[in-house]
Design a protein around this ligand. Structure first.
Ligand code: URA
Ligand code: SF4
Length: 190
């Protein structure tokens, strides 16, 4: 998709917010440009900044396990973040940084045109689903916005800190798989 490459090129050169100052790489996103399912995290951490790819550190390894556990491959989905450059010391991205960056995400969503968006953690769920979104209370619930099914679930980094939430997160991915089957977009075995 030429538009997607143009968007990526534009994003890789972006200096619109101060997060550009300390980055090693812009972490645009990775995966299938025709994905039916998009996962949206918060922002790059140290490993992501160094490698230029989302969810490649410890949280990413856990995320990959969850995908595998429900029979999905990284290459089938698309993975991106609310901000494309690493916030210093892995702090939460500031609302104004998200405001500055969200246009790239919106254009990614428009071009990919997924049927399902899964928000990984509070930061993306509160911005994309509802400002009052509470992960502990509302994880695994479906919201329909603009024809897209949206769900918030636990951020994989939160699961590393709080392993007691892992079974709930796993259940959310099973709920995701059921929705994919219901929508006829389930491509893997099982
Ligand atoms: N946490 C995120 O929110 N995104 C990443 O890409 C890595 C860790
Ligand atoms: Fe641009 Fe987003 Fe990086 Fe800020 S975080 S410099 S808006 S790409």
């Amino acid at each position: 998709m030429i538009d997607f490459e143009l968007l990526k090129t534009e994003c890789l050169g972006c200096t619109a917010c101060p997060l550009s100052e300390n980055r090693t790489n812009v972490v645009f996103g990775v995966g299938n440009q025709n994905a039916e399912v998009m996962f949206i995290g918060e922002g790059p951490g140290e490993n992501e900044d160094l490698q230029g790819e989302p969810f490649v550190g410890n949280a990413g390894k856990l995320f990959d396990k969850y995908l595998l556990a429900v029979g999905m491959k990284r290459e089938e989905v698309y993975i991106a973040n609310m901000v494309k450059c690493r916030p210093p010391h892995n702090r939460d991205p500031k609302p104004e940084e998200i405001d500055c960056c969200i246009g790239y995400l919106r254009r990614q969503v428009k071009l990919i045109n997924p049927k399902i968006i899964v928000c990984l953690g509070r930061i993306s769920a509160q911005r994309l689903i509802s400002p009052e979104f509470r992960v502990t209370k509302e994880h695994g619930h479906w919201f329909k916005k603009g024809g897209v099914f949206m769900m918030g679930t636990f951020h994989p980094a939160a699961l590393l800190r709080n392993p007691s939430q892992k079974p709930d997160a796993f259940e959310d991915l099973r709920v995701l798989r059921s929705k994919m089957k219901e929508l006829g977009i389930w491509k893997s075995e099982g």
